[in-house]
Design a binder for this molecule. Structure first.
Ligand code: NAD
Length: 269
């Protein structure tokens, strides 16, 4: 399917790893120039590898999404090098690193940083890019939520709360930006095979005596079998495929929507 994204610049915040990296590759495979914006110091090298592989223009730039100045400056730098940004995807998020639930396993002070990256980071992204896109009356935003924000998943309370907040902000932003022909959606993955899940595992087994700790594979297999009807990991490419589709004109009437790519974990009715 030709998604007609060729030449349309995409900026991926959190693009150096996992879902963000797969998304950058998916846009590049469609012929879209891509900007990878990430706190990972290797982001420029990672971007160049994508440019070499797919023959598209790229930019890799270090940014901390919790800093509005960083995101605003990055937006200007991307447009100066690649041209007007049409698609913005924010995948950057962190957890508390502690096995949450009951919530008093955490200190109140554990919440601040998680909310700052996952919620304020998206707000910074929306402010920095929407201003430019409004003038052009064209574009899409895609934020990464999680099943954790929909069902009070017993993983990490501040992470779950942050993702729930994004669901609401997605709807507000979608209404605000619809008159400017800009679409805003949120995609909720379930269990995706990325470094983030290794950190969830580490947080959840840390309190167990070493002899009782399952291996990462054992922990993941049990959880997948118990929770995911399709009974398999989602791969980063599964998420990226939906993201490029939602960015494309094929999804031109889709805005303000919360879309799950989770192997059937959460079913709405
Ligand atoms: N992996 C999963 O199973 C899963 C499930 C549900 C939701 N999600 C969501 O998908 C998104 C991507 O997750 P992933 O699994 O690819 O994670 P990941 O850890 O592999 O990648 C996250 C990227 O964000 C970057 N990042 C983190 N903090 C940043 C900051 N302050 N500034 C700039 N960059 C920053 C990291 O450097 C990294 O490159 C996240 O929003 C996550 O909550 C993932």
């Amino acid at each position: 399917m030709d998604l007609q994204l060729s030449g349309q610049v995409a900026a991926i915040i959190g693009g150096a790893s996992g879902i963000g990296l797969a998304t950058a590759r998916a846009f590049a495979a469609e012929g879209a120039p891509v900007a990878l914006l990430d706190r990972n110091p290797d982001v420029a090298t990672i971007a160049q590898q994508i440019g070499d592989e797919f023959g598209v223009s790229v930019l890799g730039r270090v940014l901390n999404v919790t800093s509005y100045e960083d995101v605003r400056d990055a937006a200007a730098a991307v447009e100066a090098k690649l041209g007007p940004v049409i698609h913005v995807v924010n995948t950057a998020a962190v957890g508390s690193g502690k096995g949450g639930f009951p919530f008093w396993n955490l200190e109140p002070g554990d919440w601040d940083f998680v909310l700052k990256v996952a919620v304020i980071g998206v707000v910074n992204t929306a402010h920095a890019f929407a201003e430019r896109m409004r003038e052009r009356q064209q574009g899409t935003f895609l934020f990464l939520g999680s099943v954790a924000g929909q069902i009070g998943s017993q993983t990490d309370p501040p992470y779950s709360a942050a993702k729930a907040a994004l669901l609401n902000f997605t709807q507000c932003a979608a209404k605000d930006l619809a008159p400017y022909n800009i679409r805003v959606n949120i995609l909720n993955p379930g269990m995706v095979n990325t470094p983030l899940q290794e950190r969830v595992y580490a947080g959840q087994v840390a309190h167990l005596p070493e002899a009782e700790r399952p291996s990462y594979q054992e922990w993941a297999s049990e959880k997948i079998q118990r929770l995911i009807p399709l009974n398999r990991w989602q791969e980063p490419e599964d998420i990226a495929d939906m993201i490029v589709f939602l960015a494309s004109a094929r999804a031109g009437s889709v805005t303000g929507q919360s879309v799950n790519v989770d192997g059937g974990w959460v079913m709405h009715w």
